[in-house]
Design a protein around this ligand. Structure first.
Ligand code: PLP
Length: 374
């Protein structure tokens, strides 16, 4: 085998995984404990209500060892049944994935699809929903990480509720929850899920999900085959012992416990404000360089990830390589059909103004070297 080399210190500016603060990294190095013992239960008892504070819900937040895609699958299998008609509002790659997962489980999915860079226009959604009724649920992405666009979930949810009061509103909040305002109960959302490697300042591996009373009722009658993702067994174990039915990623919970302390110290609204400033800064720098954002309407540009079109004649790959090799700055390429045609800068979770400035200064310098003239 090749010799092991140390993991480099980078300015990791992909939209997840995100950098982890030193004290959170350190917390993970604590000795292993029994996941059926009192020490682990004590952690869960501290972590769970604080997650609920960030979800803004009175429902229990359940956690699973999984990535964000696990959250998508967990949502689908717990509330729908094979043959159900469900509407998917899609503005990019992750909306498409959620629709495909539902189809893989036999759900009949109708797509309301927007071009990459667009937000889900409530007027268009309303007209289409009227044509598509009846439906059991509507699935939507809060922050589309592939395009750097944030949907107006509050407005979309309100219109679904007005048109179809019993429809289940499923929201993918993987790259937004804790960084951007999302109010599960006040907005009457039914299923909301997120992933630890985004705004939570800890490594990948914990998926968090909450369900409204309406979603729990649907869960009881859902005929979807499931075992690992079953909410009932997860809730039962949490309520009886503050534990999980399977083995949890114990060290990640050490990290989450400390990260939540830090998040509460900073304050929920202060975290939101820091992400607004980050989004405005990165977009401002991009526009000052004459670059084009993928987000067509600045009002819906994401404050956790900025997607920028590669200038004419410049290969994203060459730019990302220079940033990586010369500056230890790591940005993300485009996904799917936009690979090589755009790049994405993550600004969520743990970052400083200096991190963002260093990244944007380097982007400007390397683009010039690659021949870009604004
Ligand atoms: N949904 C959204 C909005 C995402 O940003 C991501 C990942 O970037 C996912 C789902 C899938 O998450 P994962 O890659 O952790 O499975």
């Amino acid at each position: 085998v090749e010799a092991r080399t140390p993991v480099p210190r980078q300015n990791l500016r992909v939209p997840g995984p995100t950098p982890v603060p030193p004290d959170v990294l350190e917390a993970q190095a604590a000795p292993m404990i029994n996941h059926r013992g009192p020490e682990f239960s004590a952690i869960m008892k501290r972590v769970t209500p604080r997650l609920e504070y960030f979800f803004q819900t009175r429902s229990r937040v359940l956690t699973y060892p999984a990535s964000g895609t696990g959250g998508q699958e967990c949502a689908v299998v717990n509330v729908f049944s094979p043959g159900d008609h469900v509407v998917s509002i899609i503005i990019g790659n992750f909306g498409t994935r959620l629709a495909k997962i539902a189809e893989a489980y036999g759900v009949k999915v109708s797509r309301i699809e927007f071009a990459w860079g667009e937000f889900a226009d409530p007027a268009v959604v309303e007209a289409r929903l009227k044509e598509l009724a009846p439906y059991k649920g509507v699935m939507m992405t809060h922050n589309e990480t592939s395009t750097g666009v944030t949907n107006d979930i509050q407005t979309l949810a309100a219109l679904v509720r007005r048109l179809s009061p019993d429809a289940l509103i499923v929201v993918d909040a993987v790259s937004s929850l804790s960084s951007l305002p999302l109010e599960m109960d006040p907005w009457d959302l039914d299923v909301v899920f997120t992933g630890s490697q985004k705004g939570w300042m800890i490594p990948p591996g914990i998926m968090m999900i909450a369900a409204s009373e309406r979603a729990w009722q649907a869960h009881k009658t859902s005929k979807m085959p499931r075992f690992y993702w079953d909410w009932s067994s997860t809730l039962k174990q949490l309520e009886s012992s503050w534990q999980h039915p399977t083995t949890p990623p114990v060290s990640l919970f050490y990290a989450l416990d400390v990260a939540l302390d830090k998040m509460l110290d900073e304050g929920r609204e202060a975290i939101f404000a820091r992400h607004v400033r980050a989004g405005e800064y990165v977009r401002g720098r991009a526009q000052a360089m004459g670059l084009e954002l993928l987000a067509k309407d600045a009002r819906y540009a994401s404050n956790t990830v900025t997607a920028i079109r590669a200038p004419e004649g410049i290969e994203t790959k060459a730019l990302l390589k220079k940033l990586h090799d010369q500056d230890q700055i790591v940005l993300a390429d485009g996904q799917d059909h936009m690979k090589g045609k755009m790049f994405r800068i993550g600004h969520l979770g743990y970052f400083t103004d200096a991190d963002l400035q260093q990244a944007m200064d380097a982007v400007e310098r390397h683009l010039k070297e690659l021949g870009y003239r604004a």
